[in-house]
Design a protein around this ligand. Structure first.
Ligand SMILES: [Fe+2]
Length: 393
């Protein structure tokens, strides 16, 4: 029986065994393979998805997952919610990364062969009551053009419901791009002038919704008459034919070391503070855990500077040389990546810096660690050692 007595939230968050005992059906490893192969689009679906993305700014694919595949993820999110952890902490579990393997062919079709995950993840949990609601109307990246001249996207937000998202429990709504008069002229305006243009996007479990980062959208208010919470995973991907909208970019489906997942999760609270309300305790926890990612998320912002999300200092804005193009009204980031922008080098450095795993399974050791055999004082001190080598402790 795991004893949380006397432990701080930070200590719990960094204890791999805490998360394992909380959801024993899920895994935290660096090596586990996903059984979830890519979803194969038919030729007709490829045409439909492309057309939908250009015309509406979003796509909706059904039966990408079997509902039973996602049940344990929904159950895990419910456990986190019950224990009063923000549900984005579900990204400590491998399975929340494995879902990306199902997206691979869809991503290739939409973004091209070369694409990455942005350090931009979330798990929504909207209570089934009149008070709860999703994030308000917005465009994900309103200051940056992230569309190709033909209207296809350079970046996409994948939104995977873990429970049926319905009008009663706060499903997504969007203003289709073709009905949005500001879509290509003034993306800082978020306005639906004709209410009949607004489209509800109910999404059953197993389907995947996705939208480009320019489309105007929001999560609706839930209802006392909803039968279950609205739970969904969001992850944002981008093509590498242009520069990074955010750094560091991550390989799709890559399992990060446990502590790095915790740090990446923690940094999301700084990113989404404009969308959501977080208690002072959560804000403090996120500040304490953020360094474990090993790098600070930076977002390309207005004025073509990268904004360090963990800093309020004005000098966190750094000018980048951004090549303006004539094909779009606003410039997209330059082609190719600048040195050090890709995550891989940092990831490899961290692997090399770690002399032994810090409580994370080696191949074939899943059973022993799942039973709580890892996480001894010795291993915790090893964990500290590699963090120290990286200057994180
Ligand atoms: Fe959004």
């Amino acid at each position: 029986m795991y004893n949380t007595a006397g432990k701080t939230f930070k200590e719990l968050a960094l204890d791999i065994n805490f998360w394992r005992q909380l959801n024993p059906d899920l895994t935290i490893t660096e090596y586990s393979r996903s059984d979830w192969g890519p979803y194969r689009l038919t030729a007709q679906q490829k045409r439909d998805v492309r057309e939908s993305l250009i015309e509406d700014g979003y796509f909706h694919l059904h039966s990408v997952f079997a509902p039973e595949e996602l049940k344990k993820l929904a159950d895990a999110a419910k456990v986190l919610h019950r224990e009063q952890w923000p549900t984005v902490f579900a990204f400590v579990y491998d399975e929340f990364w494995h879902v990306q393997n199902r997206y691979r062919d869809i991503l290739t079709e939409m973004l091209g062969k070369e694409h990455r995950l942005m350090p931009n993840i979330w798990v929504f949990y909207i209570n089934p009551d009149n008070e709860s609601k999703g994030w308000g109307p917005h465009r994900d990246r309103q200051k940056i053009v992230n569309l190709r001249p033909d209207g296809t996207p350079l970046s996409i937000n994948f939104w995977t419901p873990l429970t049926d998202a319905t009008p009663l429990n706060g499903c997504m709504y969007a203003l289709p791009a073709s009905r949005d008069r500001y879509y290509s002229t003034n993306t800082s305006t978020t306005l639906a002038e004709d209410l009949q243009d607004i489209r509800a996007l109910p999404a059953p479990v197993g389907s995947v919704l996705g939208w480009n980062e320019t489309v105007f959208h929001w999560g609706a208010r839930s209802s006392n008459r909803a039968s279950e919470p609205r739970i969904a995973i969001a992850s944002v991907f981008q093509s590498t034919e242009c520069g990074a909208f955010e750094t560091p970019l991550l390989p799709v489906g890559q399992l990060l070391p446990f502590e790095m997942r915790v740090g990446l999760i923690a940094q999301q609270f700084s990113r989404f503070i404009v969308q959501d309300t977080f208690s002072p305790a959560v804000q403090q926890l996120s500040q304490e855990l953020a360094p474990y990612f090993g790098e600070t998320i930076r977002i390309l912002d207005d004025g073509w500077r990268y904004w360090d999300i963990m800093s309020d200092e004005p000098d966190s804005l750094r000018e980048e040389s951004i090549e303006k193009t004539s094909s779009n009204q606003l410039p997209t980031p330059p082609k190719g990546f600048e040195k050090g922008r890709e995550f891989k080098s940092t990831f490899e450095e961290i692997r090399q810096a770690r002399s032994t795993p810090s409580g994370i399974d080696e191949p074939g050791s899943k059973e022993s660690s799942a039973n709580g055999a890892s996480g001894s004082d010795e291993q915790k001190s090893e964990s500290k050692n590699w963090l120290e080598k990286l200057g994180l402790k």
